[in-house]
Ligand binder design. Structure first.
Ligand SMILES: [Zn+2]
Length: 622
């Protein structure tokens, strides 16, 4: 594998026009300074996929897929960066530099290749064993559970005999270190050679997005030991990133723009057999950022079919909220009488399961249901607790219109049919919720590690004086919009940088994503670091978080339309500053109140800053 430098990469990029490359996959139509088509990464009826030749990037306003010509090929063809580079070099007829690999690179390359090969062979070996005399017990278990032979073959299920049989089968092909690194064997405790990790278990191969085996799950049928055992963390296998069944489900997930999330191996396989081929499972129910991202890339609607108990658990809810925050329409499917999907489909059939999918409730409604007291058993205390808890749930809803609709619905339920109580309840929820929103209070699911306030505890009520400074919700939102606009303006008008630096200091942005883009762009905007090609593609290279990258292309695809960028920027700066001041004001008030309640003297520095801010704020309002 030859080594490629930046210059080679830039040459490949320059000779592969993004519009031409993408046109091979998507029918693009010219609209002004860009091309628009149906997104190849999610299913849609009206085009929201934009390709901008000036910036040589693409952005989908539907699923947020974004990037340059390299990432397009990586995402579309499931290639590594290296493979995409080679592909595009070939396409443009650029000869690959024939630089020999260093011994170190050669060793790393071979080791990786061997690790994948060992896992693939292990999967074949286990699969073969299942259909042999040794695997009789495993096979009859799977058939008894209702799987057909075809399904067993499709998922390449297997049987681990254990006691070193796998090791003996593979040791002629691979060094023991390789087999140990991918989690297939372990040294014996007495130091005499190696033994298999999996022993008398039904084996479920776990693959990555492109179908390569990266690890295994094993289910024990009898005897001691945990019911399920997964491959431990290895260089190829990380539980945080894995979704079982993804390789089999990805096509349907994209086509239907829907994913069904379940809890276990059998809960993936049985629905697949019944025709629900968009089902995947995380290993563990608390979704990680990586998993959310992968799911979001394939589908927008996510139906969660977890066990009723686990679905309600805080860790799970936090994971689901994360999924919601990445832009998924998350719905919770409730299976009657505590069954899991596997069992439910076996008992009631696919049609009944399809009906459950249709009746899945939006995540926010599911969370509201959990915190509202049941009709008839609501004491005033319970109602007050519910009010605070519900305000926290609603503060997580990003869409204002939707949020108001929920407030109305909740007030209706809490009023118990009393029309006179409803307006007051609405007001009370609004007030608590707005306070949380103004603070930028996100993810109101209690985090046991660093949360000062419990889930049901009411938010401390503000004093009379404080009410005077109550800002509308829109201040936080307005400031956020202003941050975004200012960043857009900066990327198009580097000359504004000096003003932003002078007026807002080194961290002008409160949204960490905005700040990340700003930090990466600053040396380029200032001209301190020269760069080849275009600002956007250069920035895409410098940013690592895909979410931030997507945000960047979204902004670049939707520039601020203005004839006077200076004035526009000044307005944004003013809004950002106002918001900053209001947060600082609140912070100072808290400090002053804390000092007062512990009968300490207020630090004059704090007091002076407070008074100055109050004056300034009053002046700017009048
Ligand atoms: Zn899309």
């Amino acid at each position: 594998m030859p080594r490629f430098d930046e210059a080679f990469k830039e040459e490949v990029r320059a000779k592969n026009d993004i519009v031409e490359v993408i046109s091979a996959y998507v029918r693009l139509e010219r609209k002004g300074n860009r091309y628009v088509g149906l997104c190849p990464f999610h299913s849609e009826k009206t085009p929201s996929f934009h390709v901008v030749p000036d910036g040589q990037f693409y952005h989908c306003f539907g699923c947020k897929a974004s990037g340059d010509v390299f990432t397009f090929l990586m995402q579309r063809e499931h290639l590594t960066f290296y493979e995409a580079l080679v592909e595009l070099a070939k396409r443009a007829g650029i000869p690959l530099p024939q630089e020999p690999r260093s011994p170190e690179e050669e060793r790393a390359y071979k080791e990786r290749r061997d690790m994948y090969a060992a896992l693939e062979l292990a999967a074949r070996f286990y699969h073969h064993q299942l259909f042999s005399e040794a695997g009789k017990e495993g096979l009859s278990y799977l058939l008894r559970r209702g799987l057909t032979e075809e399904t067993i073959r499709r998922f390449r299920l297997g049987w681990a005999v254990g006691r070193g049989t796998l090791y003996r089968a593979l040791r002629g092909r691979f060094a023991p270190e390789i087999l140990q690194r991918v989690g297939l064997i372990l040294p014996r405790t007495d130091g005499s050679g190696y033994t298999d990790v999996f022993f008398e278990r039904v084996m479920f191969p776990i693959t990555d997005l492109s179908g390569r085996v990266i690890g295994f799950g094993g289910r024990i049928l009898s005897g001691d030991g945990a019911k399920y055992k997964n491959t431990a963390e290895t260089p190829l296998f990380s539980k945080r990133r894995v979704l079982f069944g993804l390789d089999q489900a990805k096509e349907t997930m994209r086509a239907r723009n829907q994913a069904i999330l379940v809890e276990g191996y059998m809960d993936v396989i049985m629905p697949h057999q019944a025709g629900f081929t968009n089902v995947v499972a995380p290993l563990g129910t608390a979704l990680t950022d990586e998993q959310c991202r992968v799911i979001r890339q394939q589908a927008q609607q996510v139906i969660v079919a977890f066990d009723a108990d686990t679905a309600g658990q805080m860790a799970t809810l936090r994971g689901l909220q994360k999924l919601y925050d990445t832009g998924c329409d998350v719905r919770v499917l409730q299976i009657p009488d505590g069954k899991d999907p596997d069992e439910f489909i076996r008992t009631h059939g696919p049609a009944a399961f399809a009906a459950l999918i249709d009746r899945a409730v939006p995540l926010i409604e599911f969370r509201i249901d959990r915190v509202l007291p049941r009709a008839g058993e609501a004491s005033p205390e319970a109602k007050a607790r519910a009010l605070a808890a519900v305000a926290q749930v609603l503060a997580d809803v990003k869409d204002e219109v939707l949020r108001e609709a929920y407030v109305d619905q909740v007030a209706e339920r809490l009023s118990g049919g009393n029309p006179l109580a409803k307006p007051d309840l609405k007001l009370a929820i609004d007030r608590q919720m707005n306070r949380l929103l103004r603070r930028g209070f996100q993810h109101n699911l209690p985090d046991t590690r660093n949360n000062r306030r419990g889930p049901g505890e009411p938010v401390t009520a503000g004093s009379e004086r404080r009410q005077a400074f109550e800002m509308p919700v829109t201040l936080a939102e307005g400031a956020h919009r202003a941050e975004r606009a200012l960043l857009c303006l900066l990327l198009e008008n580097p000359g504004l940088l000096g003003r932003v630096e002078a007026e807002l200091g080194p961290s002008p942005f409160s949204d960490p994503h905005h700040q990340q883009i700003y930090d990466a762009a600053r040396p380029l905007l200032r001209g301190a670091e020269p760069f080849a090609g275009r600002l956007i593609t250069c920035l895409l290279d410098r940013l690592s978080d895909p979410e931030v990258k997507s945000l960047l292309t979204e902004m670049a695809a939707k520039p601020v339309l203005t004839t006077d960028p200076e004035k526009e920027a000044a307005d944004c700066i003013e809004k950002i500053r106002k918001h900053r001041d209001s947060r600082r004001l609140e912070d100072l008030e808290n400090q002053i109140r804390a000092a007062a309640s512990s009968k300490q003297k207020v630090d004059p520095v704090i007091w002076n800053e407070y008074v100055a801010l109050v004056r300034k704020y009053k002046l700017s309002r009048s």
